[in-house]
Design a protein. Structure first.
Length: 84
């Protein structure tokens, strides 16, 4: 995860994947990231235990910037910056 000094980026959009399991959170993240402008941030909420490694791997392979992974009650909150 990169640290570019942008500690609290405002998401352009939030994607709720609560209750969805592998591979659905990654599929929906891939679709939603293309709907926001380059440089903007997508917030993804997920409760699938596999989503942490799945989203991390997806971001690495696609080149999008995974700004943070936060454990929240019942799951995770991901902030991903669209880079391409």
């Amino acid at each position: 995860m990169a640290d570019n000094g942008d500690r609290n980026p405002q998401p352009a959009k939030t994607l709720d994947c609560i209750g969805l399991y592998c591979p659905e959170p990654v599929f929906r993240t891939r679709e939603e990231i293309s709907s926001i402008p380059l440089g903007q941030v997508l917030e993804v909420l997920a409760d699938d235990p596999a989503s942490e490694s799945d989203i991390r791997s997806w971001a690495k392979h696609t080149g999008h910037e995974l700004l943070s992974i936060e454990r929240v009650e019942g799951g995770f909150k991901f902030l991903i910056r669209r880079t391409q």
